[in-house]
Write a protein that binds this ligand. Sequence first.
Ligand SMILES: [Zn+2]
Length: 256
Amino acid sequence: MRYFDTHAHYNDEKFKDNLDEVISEYKNVGVDRVVNIGYNIESSKKAIDLSNTYSNTYVAIGIHPSDVDKSSVSELEELYNKYNNGKIVAIGEIGLDYYWVKDNKEAQKELFKEQIKLANKLKLPIVVHSRDASLDTYNILKECPAKYGTLLHCFSPTDDLVRLVVENGYKVAFGGNITYNRAKSFQSYMDMIPVSQIVIETDSPYLPPVPLRGTVNTSKNLPIILEKLAEYKKIDVEELSEIVYRNSLEFFNIKE
Ligand SMILES: [Zn+2]
């Protein structure tokens, strides 16, 4: 089986000493493509550097809502123009996070919209982070749609978001969070999302799946996530692995 990790942060400090080892471990379990996701200018640049060093690693550049005061969209565009190596496949992660900071909602929304516009200009899809902000995320994606694809990362279903995803054919990425204990309604949300719209991710180094909580998460744990997804979707694991792999290639516009 082969796996595509659509969301990892090997640009994180945590991996500065052992990245070669981590990469060979995940390759050993069949993970053969990874998108490293930026969250500010520096980490986006680092993700580009990694894509120059390691084969089959791709890049999303973007400013996370937590960095709203630290980086600007013009710097992001400059970064793209200066360092584009053909492996920048998305703008992300971008979006809204009202869990950590609640007093700058307007600034977060503005930054989100500006980055969607940049993605449209560069003809790239977007990778969206949304935490405790599902209604505002819904409204912005309606008002300011991304023309080349939308992926909701670390997807945590709500009525609003599932409706948005189903109506618009957006992709959703499930990570370690799918293995956590869930309310009964989770299964019914899972039933509503067609498998053609699903991909998988680790969000490494964060969000390790059960039973590895408390450890540094890496892409070698992707098979655990896929297995849980197969249970929810009642599909054979091997078949599902190929479907979500192809969905990922298609979303990021990567040729085999
Ligand atoms: Zn992330």
